[in-house]
Design a protein around this ligand. Structure first.
Ligand code: PLP
Length: 379
C-alpha cells in the first residue's frame, strides 16, 4: 500500500546552505535578508513594496490596523475560511461579520458582502480561497461606492492573478502566508503587499514595537542612534534565517506553480470518469495557484464525505475536509445567519493530495482508490 501525504513542502535545494550562511553572518533576527526578501517578493507580486511578518495572521491584523480597524468596528469576511481570517479581526478588537460565498468558486460573494454592510463596517476582507482569486472588480466597485476599504486575505495566493494582474498588485493591502501548507514557505511567516510607501513605512514600525529605527538602520549608522516610539506596536518580525529560506523558495515558485497546475489538470481530467465527485470550478478570469485541490461529493452520491475520507485513509491516502465554516465553531457561533452555500460547501468538500513532488504514479493510485471506494459503497 502506498502512503501519500496531503502535502509536502517543495525544497529546491540550496535552502540549508542559505540558512547556514544567515546564521554564520551573525544576522539571526531581522536584518538584510528580510529586506532583500521583501524587495524580491514585492517585485514578484507587482506591489510597490512588501513588509514581512511572522505569519499571515499577524500580517492581516497589521493590515486591518493601518486600515483604521479598532474596537467597535466591523469587518466583513467569509465564514468559509480558515479561522485565522476571523481571529485577525478579533486581534484588532473588532467584530468579524460573516457573509456567504459563491457556491461555485467558494469565494466571498460581493452581493452578500454588500448586504452585510452597516454603519460600523470599515473593511471587507475577501479571501482568495485555496489560491483562487476572488472577483476583485466587484469588490473594488463596492468599496468605492460604499466607502469601505478592501484588505485581501491572500494566504494561499502567491503567484495567482486576476484578469492578468498578479494578486498583490491590485488592492492597497494583500496578506500572504508562508506556512508550509502554502505555496512557498519560510517555516512560519507572512508578507503584506503594500502600494502606499507611507503605509509600508508605518507597517515596518508597527511590526517592531512601534520603534522608528530598524536594527538595519542602527547597524549602518555612523553615530549613536536614540530611537523613539511614536506609536504603540507589536513584535511581528521575521528572522533573517526565514528570509534566506524564502529567497530560495521564491526562485522555485514558477516550478511549483507549473507542477501544481499540471497535477490539478490531471485530476480534473480523471474525475470526468467519476461522476460522484465534482472537480473544482475554474473561472476564466483567474489564474489560480492550486494550493489545494478541493473536490465536492456530487448530490445523491452513495457515500458521505467523512466516510470517503476514512476509506481513503485506510488505503494510505491522506485527505482533509474542505474549508471550514468559521461560524459553526463554538468560538464564533451565534444566531443562525443563513450561510447556506458556506454550510453546504464545508460539509460536502474535501482536499485530495496535491504538492509539487507528488509523482504521477502516486496520483494515479489516489484516483484509482477514489473510484474503488465509491464503487465499493455503491455495490
Ligand atoms: C485563508 C487563510 N487565512 C489565513 C491563514 C493564516 O496563515 P498563517 O498560518 O500564516 O497565520 C491561513 C492559513 O492557514 C489561511 O488559509
Amino acid at each position: 500500500m502506498m502512503e501519500i501525504p496531503i502535502t509536502r513542502p517543495h525544497l529546491a535545494g540550496g535552502e540549508q546552505e542559505a540558512v547556514a550562511e544567515a546564521i554564520a553572518s551573525g544576522w539571526i533576527s531581522q536584518g538584510p535578508r528580510v529586506r532583500e526578501f521583501e524587495a524580491a517578493f514585492a517585485a514578484r507580486v507587482g506591489a510597490a513594496d512588501a513588509v514581512a511578518t511572522t505569519s499571515c495572521t499577524t500580517a492581516l491584523a497589521l493590515a486591518l490596523y493601518v486600515s483604521g480597524v479598532g474596537p467597535g468596528d466591523e469587518v466583513i469576511v467569509p465564514s468559509l475560511s480558515f479561522i485565522a481570517t476571523a481571529n485577525a479581526v478579533w486581534h484588532c478588537g473588532a467584530r468579524p461579520v460573516f457573509a456567504d460565498v459563491d457556491p461555485r468558486t467558494y469565494n466571498l460573494d460581493a452581493a452578500a458582502a454588500e448586504r452585510a454592510i452597516t454603519s460600523r463596517t470599515k473593511v471587507i476582507m475577501p479571501v482568495h480561497q485555496v489560491g483562487l482569486p476572488a472577483d476583485m472588480d466587484a469588490f473594488f466597485e463596492l468599496a468605492e461606492r460604499r466607502g469601505v476599504v478592501i484588505v485581501e486575505d491572500a494566504a494561499c495566493a502567491i503567484g495567482a492573478s486576476y484578469k492578468g494582474g498578479p494578486i498583490g498588485s491590485l488592492g492597497p493591502l494583500a496578506c500572504f502566508s508562508l506556512h508550509p501548507r502554502k505555496v512557498i514557505t519560510t517555516g512560519e511567516g507572512g508578507m503584506i503587499a503594500v502600494q502606499d510607501p507611507a503605509v509600508a513605512e508605518r507597517l515596518r514600525r508597527l511590526r517592531a514595537h512601534g520603534m522608528d529605527t530598524s536594527d538595519l538602520a542602527r547597524h549602518a549608522a555612523r553615530d549613536v542612534v536614540v530611537e523613539a516610539y511614536p506609536e504603540r506596536g507589536w513584535n511581528s518580525r521575521m528572522t533573517d534565517m526565514q528570509a534566506a529560506l524564502g529567497l530560495c523558495q521564491l526562485q522555485a515558485l514558477d516550478h511549483i506553480l507549473r507542477r501544481r497546475r499540471e497535477l490539478a489538470e490531471r485530476y480534473t481530467a480523471a474525475l470526468q470518469q467519476i461522476p460522484e465527485i465534482e472537480a473544482p470550478y475554474d473561472p476564466p478570469y483567474a489564474q489560480r495557484t492550486w494550493q489545494s485541490y478541493c473536490v465536492r461529493i456530487a448530490p445523491g452520491a452513495s457515500i458521505d464525505r467523512n466516510e470517503l475520507m476514512r476509506r481513503l485513509l485506510n488505503e494510505g491516502i491522506a485527505t482533509r475536509r474542505g474549508v471550514m465554516a468559521i461560524h459553526e465553531e463554538a468560538s464564533y457561533s451565534g444566531p443562525d445567519i443563513g450561510l447556506r452555500h458556506t454550510e453546504a460547501a464545508s460539509r460536502e468538500t474535501l482536499m485530495l493530495p496535491l504538492f509539487p513532488d507528488l509523482s504521477e504514479e502516486q496520483q494515479d493510485y489516489v484516483i484509482e482508490r477514489l473510484a474503488t471506494c465509491l464503487l465499493a459503497q455503491a455495490a
